[in-house]
Design a protein around this ligand. Structure first.
Ligand code: FES
Length: 96
């Protein structure tokens, strides 16, 4: 397949790489990214289970309004779309 638009991704300057833990898995992120962006960048979309039917739930609004992306950080519930990832953070999903 031929690419019609030049690929400039190698020119993107990324911030320093950091890592944190999500359900025991090491997640690589870049400084300044939210937890949600880092998780999605690593292919993780399932953040919690619905309380009634236990179906997988994940981010919906990505602006801090819907609460669908809530995870547990240091024992507190936070919206992963609003919380900036930091090096060494321990994050847990709300999967049952
Ligand atoms: S995705 Fe809606 S609050 Fe985070």
């Amino acid at each position: 397949m031929m690419r019609l638009i030049p690929n400039h991704t190698s020119q993107i300057k990324r911030a320093k790489e950091i890592s944190f833990r999500f359900d025991g898995q090491t997640i690589k992120a870049h400084q300044g990214e939210t937890i949600l962006v880092a998780l999605m960048g690593n292919g993780i979309k399932h953040l919690r289970d619905a309380p009634v039917d236990v179906k997988p739930r994940g981010a919906f609004c990505c602006i801090g309004l819907c609460q669908e992306c809530v995870v547990k950080v240091d024992g507190q519930l936070v919206e992963s779309c609003r919380k900036i990832a930091t090096d060494g953070l321990v994050v847990q999903s709300l999967r049952q």
